[in-house]
Ligand binder design. Structure first.
Ligand SMILES: *[C@@H]1O[C@H](CO)[C@@H](O)[C@H](O)[C@H]1NC(C)=O
Ligand SMILES: *[C@@H]1O[C@H](CO)[C@@H](O)[C@H](O)[C@H]1NC(C)=O
Length: 401
């Protein structure tokens, strides 16, 4: 195939995709976003073909693409970067080289990837964590967790909290010169689910001496019990993340039952005994009017899917299910949400709930934001939006940690 045919082919795909997704006009670098979306949807298409033909599973193909982007730990003039393990779980440490008399601030970063993909080794996360260590003169601990579908939830949570508990010990904080009173937990997407769940656990556990000073949740996923929120309806065929793929990936991490994704697509995946939980994700009361628009609230149908999926009622998979008294102990929180994001309403509802119990919340909503933008900070998948999010995140961290 000559380069001309290739270009023509790409152009056609671009055109076709532009027709089936109605991209909002206010998006910055619109053509780049379209190109990214075409790449993402083409990868999805190929992965689905491979799965249907029986060559390899969907998630195996996508994993290969993710791995192409992994980096080695590379120190620079300011930061020593090393890959090591805390309680057998891989971490990448960023330690500032500058001599310091005082103890430093620390950030624990948990990467996204729908529990199925990714690592702190991805170029964008390596870049972000190095940037954080440099700008804040902070110690950064980036952690990996075992991935789905080989490891079902709550493995991802258990690995994350094991690293956090290990790090919060006196002798470890002393070893790395960290101030126990100035520690942050951050994450994006599914990493933000883990960050929120770990923070809830640490703050409410009397046995843990040192607490978290702040948490930052970047376009977080915070519940798996209602799959038909306004954001799910508006972004069903969303840029980069579609409802179908989100449900497919989430299902892979929650259960091996085959009929589950279909049930979730119809919002009929929850058991009868979960009725009392829906008040925690009732968007008709928790979502500001601006986002409710004229969407009509419909009660999810319960009890249709009868096989047990324990993770569904687990607060660690859905931090929004925490009670008010559990939320009260949470530290000052930063939440970033994006308008064109399937997960938008999870973050918005958490803002409402945290404010409702008196937790300090800073909320940035990006009107032209799309999901996963932090993964697009390095060439060739570079978006200015990624840098904007990075800068908002770093500036809040710097002022509040
Ligand atoms: C190291 O820090 C200095 C001073 O903050 C900065 O100008 C320089 O760009 C940093 N180097 C790297 C590789 O980030
Ligand atoms: C959600 O809130 C609405 C009121 O806005 C109420 O009518 C409905 O019963 C609530 N649903 C659940 C499951 O709590």
């Amino acid at each position: 195939m000559g380069p001309k045919t290739l270009c023509l082919g790409l152009f056609c795909v671009l055109l076709a995709s532009h027709n089936y997704i109605t991209l909002p006009g206010n998006i910055e670098e619109l053509w780049k976003v379209i190109a990214l979306d075409v790449v993402a949807k083409t990868c999805t298409f190929v992965a689905m073909c491979f799965e249907n033909i029986g060559i390899m599973r969907y998630e195996e193909f996508i994993s290969i693409i993710f791995r192409l982007d992994y980096t080695q730990p590379l120190s620079d003039e300011n930061i020593t970067v090393t890959d090591t393990a805390f309680v057998d779980i891989p971490v990448r440490l960023y330690l500032p080289k500058r001599k310091s008399e005082a103890v430093r601030r620390a950030v624990i970063y948990i990467h996204g990837g729908a529990y199925c993909f990714g690592s702190f080794k991805q170029r964008s996360f390596d870049f972000l964590n190095r940037w954080t260590a440099n700008k804040l003169d902070a110690v950064v601990v980036a952690l990996d967790y075992r991935l789905a579908p080989q490891h079902l939830f709550p493995t991802q949570f258990e690995d994350s909290i094991a690293v956090v508990k290990f790090f919060l010990q006196d002798e470890i904080l002393t070893k790395y010169g960290v101030d126990p009173a100035r520690i942050c937990i951050s994450g994006d997407s599914a990493g933000a689910t883990l960050a929120a769940a770990v923070t809830q656990q640490v703050q409410n556990d009397l046995k843990i001496k040192h607490k978290i000073k702040i948490q930052t949740l970047l376009y977080p996923s915070l519940q798996v019990i209602d799959s038909y929120l306004p954001a799910h309806r508006e972004n069903e065929h969303g840029i980069v993340l579609t409802r179908e793929i989100a449900i497919k990936l989430l299902s892979l991490s929650l259960t091996k039952h085959e009929g589950f994704p279909q049930a979730m697509k119809r919002n009929q995946h929850m058991p009868l005994e979960s009725r009392h939980l829906f008040k925690f994700v009732n968007w008709s009361t928790l979502l500001p009017e601006k986002y409710r628009k004229d969407h009509v609230y419909t009660e999810p149908i319960l009890g249709r899917f009868s096989l047990p999926v324990p993770a569904l009622m687990d607060i660690r998979a859905s931090p929004l299910l925490a009670s008010d008294s559990q939320l009260q102990n949470l530290p000052s929180t930063y939440i970033l949400t994006c308008q064109y994001d399937l997960l938008r309403d999870d973050g918005l509802m958490y803002v409402t709930r945290l404010k409702g119990v008196g937790v300090q919340v800073a909320h940035d909503h990006i009107e032209d934001g799309i999901h996963g933008a932090l993964s697009f900070m390095t060439t060739p998948l570079y978006l200015n939006l990624g840098l904007r999010i990075r800068d908002m995140y770093i500036s809040w961290l710097d002022k509040n940690l």
